[in-house]
Design a protein around this ligand. Structure first.
Ligand SMILES: C[S@@+](CC[C@H](N)C(=O)[O-])C[C@H]1O[C@@H](n2cnc3c(N)ncnc32)[C@H](O)[C@@H]1O
Length: 426
């Protein structure tokens, strides 16, 4: 039985700030939904994203404003870190495996010319002048549940707009496609819930007007692009590859700092959750593409089947060996070993690419399985220290309530079930 003293023994090696103390720096700054009215962040609601406020706090603490430098996010998602880095006067660099989020992050962080914004505007306006009754519907992607995704009238206009988008050239076409994908969840009968897509209980009673939703989205994009012309632009780099392959692209000691939130060890399958965006946007064509995506993604979910480890699994096995019969899937131990093996590889790479005196801040959540708390923040801090990073502090952002089944078993360990920011110095 792992009791609180076991966790405290690891925790006491580090400076840990708890949220009820005034020294807990990042309380409540982790949430993307606070950013939904902000320029460019409003283009697509990326639920798992963190906030620009968090990036700003970290950069203010660990970096210097408006001096040259590169800030890296090895798990870029929707591009928040690059946007925040640019606002702070730094170039951004990111790795991301999901081609839809790469597309989104690229559009949010690319340089764009005024004449391209003008043609985007003219193009979307021309779309809304078309007589939709004369436009054929674009074919639905080959998903087993394709016919249930929309009510018929919604599907009809939505897929007709998709057809019109194909008539335009780049870069307009990509912005038009992004706006179109961005309204998909809102108009569909499915929503992202837990670890997958769930059909909405009450079939949409709310009035849905595809034309208005799309028009508003395009207006926001146009407005934000025009605003971006007022700011300095940067040669950001976004690589559509795994963070574990970082050394293929970056040289040693080439970045000033890293800020990121990796997938948590919580079985959340990003490939599954973003299936609609991936399929409707044409980023993956078939099951083979999907399989490939699962293969290169961090081993944070049960569909990852790779069982090779390049680091010792000894520490993780201590937790795994204590898990009881309430473990709900026998693949969880394999997932945890794979997850930490991949995260250790990413930390090894970061130690190589971050300059001396650089920093690395990791936003991460702990998990609970089979009556055992897996303290990801402490495990990552301990590993980082073992390879030469200095652990500056761990700032606990918030506590998480586990499922009712796990709640009683882990009651005495509740302070370790949390989301934190692990702050390292090189
Ligand atoms: C928590 S999200 C990051 C969100 C991001 N901070 C933002 O604000 O948008 C984690 C991201 O890691 C990506 N990911 C998963 N495995 C990866 C890997 N091996 N390399 C790079 N990115 C990966 C997922 O697709 C997901 O977009």
């Amino acid at each position: 039985m792992l009791d609180a003293s076991f966790y405290l023994e690891i925790e006491n090696k580090f400076r840990v700030n708890y949220p009820n103390k005034s020294s807990a720096t990042y309380t409540s700054a982790l949430n993307f939904s606070d950013d939904l009215s902000l320029t460019k962040q409003r283009w697509y609601r990326y639920k798992e994203g963190f906030s620009l406020g968090l990036i700003d706090s970290i950069l203010n603490e660990y970096s210097q404003k408006n001096t040259e430098g590169v800030i890296l996010d090895p798990f870029l998602g929707s591009g928040t870190t690059i946007i925040g880095a640019n606002k702070f006067g730094k170039t951004g660099c990111g790795f991301e495996v999901n081609p839809f989020t790469v597309f989104l992050a690229n559009l949010k962080t690319n340089k764009i010319k005024k004449e391209d914004i003008m043609s985007f505007t003219a193009n979307y306006e021309s779309i809304f002048k078309k007589d939709l009754s004369k436009v054929p519907e674009y074919p639905l992607p080959p998903l087993s549940f394709a016919n249930k995704i929309f009510n018929e009238d919604i599907r009809c206009s939505f897929m007709k707009y998709r057809n019109l988008i194909d008539n335009f050239s780049e870069p307009s076409k990509s912005y038009l496609l992004l706006g179109w994908i961005s309204i998909l969840e809102e108009i569909s009968n499915y929503r992202k819930a837990g670890n997958g897509l769930k059909i909405r209980k009450s079939k949409k009673k709310k009035e849905i007007n595809v034309h208005n939703l799309l028009l508003n989205k395009y207006k926001n994009i146009q407005e934000d692009l025009l605003k971006s012309l007022e700011y300095k632009s940067y040669n950001n780099i976004i690589v559509n590859d795994s963070a574990t392959k970082m050394m293929k692209y970056l040289s040693c000691k080439s970045v000033d700092g890293a800020i990121f939130s990796p997938p948590y060890a919580n079985c959340f399958d990003y490939t599954e959750i973003y299936k609609l965006e991936l399929r409707f946007g044409g980023f993956i064509k078939n099951k083979e593409d999907l399989k490939q995506l699962h293969k290169i993604a961090l081993r944070s979910n049960l569909n990852s089947c790779e069982i090779k480890y390049s680091h010792s699994t000894k520490l993780i096995d201590i937790f795994i060996n204590e898990m009881d019969e309430s473990l709900w899937d026998k693949r969880i131990p394999r997932m945890l070993r794979g997850y930490f093996d991949d995260m250790f590889t990413v930390l090894d790479n970061l130690f190589n690419v971050i300059k001396d005196k650089g920093f690395c801040c990791i936003v991460v959540g702990n998990s609970t399985y089979g009556g055992v708390v897996v303290p990801t923040d402490l495990i990552l801090a301990q590993y980082a220290q073992s390879i030469g990073f200095k652990v500056d502090k761990i700032s606990v952002d918030r506590f998480v309530i586990p499922s009712s089944q796990q709640y009683n078993k882990t009651k005495n360990l509740s302070k370790f079930i949390r989301e934190s920011v692990v702050c390292l110095k090189r």
